[in-house]
Design a protein around this ligand. Structure first.
Ligand code: SAH
Length: 222
């Protein structure tokens, strides 16, 4: 693990607080030891505003401004585990950078992370965090990610952290054959976490569990 990352995580929260988080993730069924180790190491308190930092290692979603939220650690771990399961991934695309926390969790686990956000302010804040933590394999981009990021693909994995109403065809097309995408799908009536695997003819889907994400929106804004 990158020493800057380890260093920056010390002080704000005790080993014990983080151990509690990891234990609660284990209880909820997270099994991948690499994922658990990363969840222990990434300083989540640096991804939220200072006023909320004392709650950073609780297993809850928290506001990050502009009506958006940093996902619950359990969901971050679950989606990461579902994306990686049994594979080594080279290029991964994340849609919905938000605070940058999910991208930071992916960073030590895959070779390159491309991450796209439509709100410029959030992306700038995430960029600063990536620089501070020297997460040099994360490539952030301001764009409407519902169209993906075709110029950097195809991808070995895609993770979407805002919910479209259905599975976006353009994203499926940016997966390599056999590659997977993990995303929440649905509207106000409920969403499900889905894992999509691209096949020769189209794609297969697996339903993972009910979730509650902010909606995937179009266009970019300041
Ligand atoms: N992965 C984030 C979670 C952020 S919440 C984290 O770890 O903190 C979802 C994010 O998706 C929000 O920041 C929202 O602005 C963004 N988003 C919604 N629609 C989008 C789109 N079409 N393209 C890119 N980002 C989008």
């Amino acid at each position: 693990m990158n020493p800057d990352l380890v260093q920056s995580g010390i002080g704000m929260t005790s080993e014990r607080t983080r151990e509690r988080l990891v234990n609660s993730l284990r209880r909820e069924g997270i099994r991948d030891e690499r994922v658990l180790e990363v969840m222990r190491t990434i300083p989540r308190h640096l991804f939220i505003e200072e006023a909320l930092a004392s709650r950073a290692y609780e297993n809850t979603a928290l506001p990050i401004g502009r009506g958006q939220t940093i996902s619950q650690p359990y969901i971050v771990a679950r989606m990461t585990e579902a994306l990686l399961e049994g594979r080594e991934l080279d290029r991964v695309l994340e849609v919905g950078t938000g605070s940058g926390y999910q991208a930071a969790v992916l960073s030590p686990l895959v070779r390159r992370v491309y991450t796209v956000e439509r709100i410029a302010l959030l992306l700038e804040q995430a960029r600063v965090r990536f620089r501070q933590l020297r997460l040099r394999n994360i490539h952030p981009r301001l764009a409407d990610g519902s169209m993906g990021l075709p110029e950097c693909g195809p991808y070995d994995g895609i993770m979407v952290t805002a919910a479209p109403e259905g599975i976006p065809r353009q994203l499926v097309e940016q997966l390599r054959p056999g590659a997977r995408m993990v995303l929440p799908v649905g509207g106000r009536d409920g969403q499900a976490l889905v894992r999509v695997t691209r096949t020769a003819r189209g794609y297969d889907t697996e339903l993972l569990e009910p979730v509650n994400f902010v909606p995937l929106l179009g266009g970019v804004e300041p």
